[in-house]
Design a protein around this ligand. Structure first.
Ligand code: SAM
Length: 284
């Protein structure tokens, strides 16, 4: 029996080199030669959508005037978007227990509170943060509290913003919370307006300039730097140090750790949970 891989067009070493170089410079994601098959599999669908016979034509398109727009599709095809509600649940417990009490007190006193899901994929992480905030602070929307959810991949950001999830992905939320924060329509669940009221969504490449004016009290950047090369990963940690508030919390993935020069700036406060050692950003 023929598989999709058997019928996929071949990709030459030069074409793989060009495509992996574009992916690396745009995203920081490293595609080793071993990933050539993966790239072929993921881009074959895109070639069919464009009615193109081979990767030569696709590389020509990337070099043309329409290349910039096509790069967004290339990134969508190559990013790994695996995620889940309350993934690595201990982080949400720590958020509720160690971090939110002082942030809620500040918000009630009229202060500003910002949380960031920095590679949010289809939004499960950011909605889990929002549910954790609203469980502890039901009036959050009446105060200056916002959760920003961003990702490089426009397709997953659109899904996150829609707030619509199929039955199999919402199982981790649990019955009571599910009814409180989501409306069921047939086989899918939609985030209620009260949940979305404290959330904002946007496309953002972590390796490009960030359009922020203030600092963040909480940053979740989990399961993304594993795809980056050492320099890009280390530079990202240093940039987080400049936008995290002095008493803020950084949460990273279970197989990740802050390394390089930024390791001096952070101290571990829990499992893959960090705080700044020396304030490098203004306190509130
Ligand atoms: C495996 S998912 C992790 C989602 C979520 N943080 C979690 O832990 O469940 C990795 C996400 O990182 C995003 N990503 C990859 N490179 C990125 C970049 N340079 N800037 C922003 N997001 C990026 C991908 O699009 C993908 O949605």
């Amino acid at each position: 029996m023929l598989t999709a891989q058997d019928t996929a067009p071949a990709m030459t070493a030069a074409q793989f080199g060009k495509l992996s170089q574009i992916v690396h410079s745009d995203t920081g994601i490293v595609l080793s030669e071993a990933k050539r098959g993966l790239l072929v599999a993921r881009l074959s669908k895109r070639l069919r959508a464009l009615n193109m016979a081979d990767f030569g034509a696709y590389c020509t398109l990337l070099d043309s005037d329409r290349g910039k727009e096509e790069r967004r599709h290339l990134l969508s095809a190559i990013t790994t978007n695996v995620t889940a509600f309350f993934r690595e649940g201990h982080h949400f417990d720590a958020l509720a227990r160690d971090v939110l009490p002082q942030l809620i007190a500040r918000a009630k006193a009229g202060g500003r509170v910002r949380l960031w899901s920095a590679a949010c994929s289809s939004g499960e992480e950011a909605y889990s943060m929002a549910m954790t905030v609203l469980d502890a602070f039901p009036d959050a929307a009446q105060h200056d509290v916002l959760i920003l959810a961003t990702d490089i991949d426009p397709e997953v950001v659109a899904r996150a913003e829609s707030g619509v999830y199929p039955t199999d992905t919402i199982a981790a939320i649990g019955g009571q919370r599910l009814r409180k924060y989501f409306d069921q329509q047939g086989d899918s669940f939609t985030a209620k307006p009260a949940l979305k009221a404290i959330m904002r969504f946007g496309e953002l490449n972590l390796h490009q300039p960030w359009p922020f004016s203030g600092t963040f009290d909480v940053i979740f950047c989990r399961n993304v730097v594993i795809y980056f090369d050492t320099d890009m990963r280390r530079s990202l940690w240093q940039r987080f140090a400049t936008v995290l508030s002095s008493d803020g919390a950084l949460f990273i993935g279970h197989s990740e750790r802050v390394d390089g020069p930024a390791a001096q700036q952070f101290r571990i406060t829990g499992a893959t949970q960090y705080q700044l050692v020396t304030p490098t950003s203004p306190s509130h």
